[in-house]
Write a protein that binds this ligand. Structure first.
Ligand code: COA
Length: 292
């Protein structure tokens, strides 16, 4: 029998950081109604912050805000907005200021994704993801920067690791996330002298998220990618990174990209066989959850 790999533990930030490190602080999080952005919001609220979560679907946001408030004992406000429409974002910011009077932390997390080859993806599909991810991040920065300057606050942008290599069927997201990494670096340099920090979290595959449901391998028929950390990521792994980056423990960290992927970026191992997957997409159709 071959020896089994060590599996790195999943921990909660509250077992590491004090409960009140974000007392009196306010978070503004796009994409906060679900997935890793909701997980980051919950963790930051558990350390004393109030929050506004922003998204397109009011029903989902309202339910998530109620659950987040109940779980943490803090106040969470739902604000309906589309990051592609600056005016709706500005309204969400106004709602936040009217409710809480300040914004300290911003998570630019709203994103769109699907699998599609360059040869088949439509111009509009490419543009749509660029507009949600990259331009949406820019619009969020524009709508919030005056308030984040005033509080000497901090940004976290959600990127990815897939553009470090040429990841098949991800041209739109690769281009969009590379743009986000660049935006954050400029923000750190321009706004650092005003007291604002900006960093990027680059998650690897995270269990139980919409992204994994839409993009992940179809188990158990597909070869699973390996992880130096012995397991797929958990929402808590990303939340812990966000708590650290917003905390004063990271006060000298700005303009950085932090992959939170259990070391998997260094393996460069996709779950689809190459070059079979690009020469004959139909032959791998039963290995993936999404449609090509
Ligand atoms: N494959 C290929 N093209 C796709 C696609 C897919 N799975 N899904 C959408 N598109 C294309 C559409 O066909 C359209 O292009 P067209 O006008 O040339 O036909 C374009 O993308 C815009 O799609 P539309 O549905 O009108 O945009 P939307 O704003 O309603 O949807 C998306 C946004 C595209 C991101 C949608 O996939 C979505 O809402 N996803 C849910 C959130 C998500 O993806 N989260 C990811 C977490 S990692």
């Amino acid at each position: 029998m071959s020896p089994s790999a060590y599996v790195f533990p999943i921990v909660s930030s509250t077992s590491i950081f004090k409960a009140d490190i974000f007392k009196g602080k306010v978070l503004f999080c796009t994409g906060g109604g679900s997935g890793i952005c909701r997980g980051m919001t919950e963790a930051i609220m558990r350390h004393g912050a109030n929050a506004t979560i922003v998204g397109r679907k009011l029903d989902r946001l309202t339910q998530a805000a109620k659950e987040l408030s109940e779980a943490t004992g803090q106040v969470c406000v739902p604000a309906q907005a589309d990051v592609r429409q600056p005016n709706t974002l500005k309204e969400a910011v106004t709602k936040t200021i009217e409710k809480f009077g300040r914004i300290d932390f911003v998570i630019c997390g709203a994103a769109g994704n699907f699998l599609a080859p360059i040869s088949a993806i439509s111009e509009n599909a490419f543009k749509t993801v660029m507009e949600i991810d990259t331009i949406g991040t820019f619009n969020t920065i524009k709508a919030t920067i005056a308030h984040v300057r005033a509080s000497k606050g901090s940004y976290i942008h959600v990127s990815a690791t897939l553009h470090y290599n040429g990841t098949p069927y991800q041209v739109h997201v690769s281009a969009a996330k590379a743009g986000i990494d660049a935006l954050s670096a400029v923000l750190a340099v321009e706004e650092g002298p005003h007291g604002v920090r900006s960093n990027v979290i680059a998650p690897g595959p995270i269990s139980g998220t919409e992204g994994m449901d839409r993009l992940g391998p179809k188990a158990p028929t597909t070869r699973q990618p390996g992880y130096p950390a012995g397991r797929e990521g958990d929402v808590k792994d990303i939340a812990n990174a966000a708590v650290f980056l917003f905390s004063d423990a990271a006060s000298y960290i700005t303009g950085q990209v932090l992959p939170v992927d259990g070391g998997s970026e260094h393996l460069r191992e996709g779950f689809l066989p190459y070059p079979q997957s690009v020469l004959d997409p139909a032959s791998v159709a039963n290995m993936i959850k999404g449609k090509l």
